[in-house]
Design a protein around this ligand. Sequence first.
Ligand code: SAH
Length: 520
Amino acid sequence: MPTGKVYLVGAGPGDPGLLTLRGKALLQRAEVVVYDYLANPRLLHFVPKDAELIYAGKKGGGLHAYTQEGINRLLVDRAKAGKMVVRLKGGDPFIFGRGGEEIEELAAEGIAFEAVPGVTSASAAATCTGIPITHREYTASVAFITGHEDPDKPASKLDWDKLATGVGTLVIYMGIKNLPDIMQRLIAAGRAPETPVAVVRWASTPQQESVIGTLANISDLVHEAGIKPPALVIAGEVVQARGRINWFEKRPLFGRRIVVTRTREQASALVDQLEELGADCLECPTIAVRELADCAVLDAALDKLADFDWLLFTSPNGVTHFFRRLRAAGQDSRALAGLRIAAVGAATAEALIPFGLKADFLPEKFTGEALAEALIAQGFVQGQRFLLPQALKAGKVLPEKLKAAGGEVCIAPVYETVPATESGERLRVALQAGEVDLLTFTSSSTVRNCLDLLACENTAALKQLLGKARIAVIGSVTAKTLEDCGLAADIMPESQTILELVRAIVRCFADEAGQRGLQK
Ligand code: SAH
């Protein structure tokens, strides 16, 4: 069997968007991935489903899933078994990453390897706290230093005395435990006690925290703020520039924990927009969409599409699943040439585009009821035949209104939504810990399933569990379902789109921050 190859890949500092393109391409064809505590698990979404994923651990404080020798052995064994192995390491593999040691072992065993650099956490911590790591006004040199060594160890490789005054910016990795000693040491060696210092935890992620002080007081401030590893220390005059360029933590939703309850497939549009604004999203899908095994009504309709005048879509899922059946029947979009197409809303109309189709009709308000009324108002219903591919249990208002106005409606179930339960516990724990700022609901079924997952005895218990968490909904129907469950929506955009929902969320938190500012 030919020997495999090992790729040592830098995962970047935490934000999945800071992985290199080369790193992503390698993950996409990995057969084995050995990953660290500091590598964002979201990067594993790029890995093929059948790949072997091995958590190699290494969390400061002794929680090691594997020893370094164990990891080396693992890489060698999998490569010898002919596998394409990605060794995914936080930041850059060669900056305090023991990448050198792993590669030496591979070389000694005659195993082919490559290394891919990554954005090191020093660079991310500086950039995401608005600190230019070098700056012509302040400094022309930087040192990356490990703070893991005991500063008083006799055989230390570090010459703190020279570092203290010989280098402009000092970036200390793994320095939280020894912070008081290191700061003392720098002051004793002649660095001014008032030298500004930043400590940054989980840099580049929505959980980023930063504390700013001086060599003299940062240890106390870090202790008070409860900052734990992984965090970096940046000491030097450059830290002064932060006030002017601290962009990351000033984004409108920074530090807000927002729960997204949509299906995993649909969540990304909302999650991407919220994260872009700095939110920390907790994806808790409360529904899953499943193909319907029995689509007999639709299949029969597909055989005689010429009998219909209109094709109505009430959700992007309806679109996707309709075309799945159309393909299965050996047909494509050309089969719809004689039909007019109506979509309930912008997202549904957009779902038609990949199939080369444009909706002929879109109501102003994006509800089934509004669609029916708009079609009726235009005189499009009397004597017309409608094909309505939709969810197994869908609202009845649309078909009933059309029928009442003299239309003929063929309801063709193509998919069903089922409760997704796997994230119930995670959501409960987050709510109990008071970590949730906002829950978002985009349909009645997300409301019902979510409340079922939380399994509270009564409304009072539910309200207590929700605590300070606000609720945002899309659509008056969803708001009504929430009301029926004894809760009220705090946020409901006028227009039923994800973009408007996100805007309304931003406005709500901005108002709240403004009010807090006034109270101070
Ligand atoms: N190879 C990594 C460093 C590994 S050493 C890199 O290039 O970034 C582990 C230390 O890195 C942690 O103790 C912490 O000091 C720092 N670190 C890693 N990721 C970090 C992050 N997102 N925020 C702050 N510090 C981080």
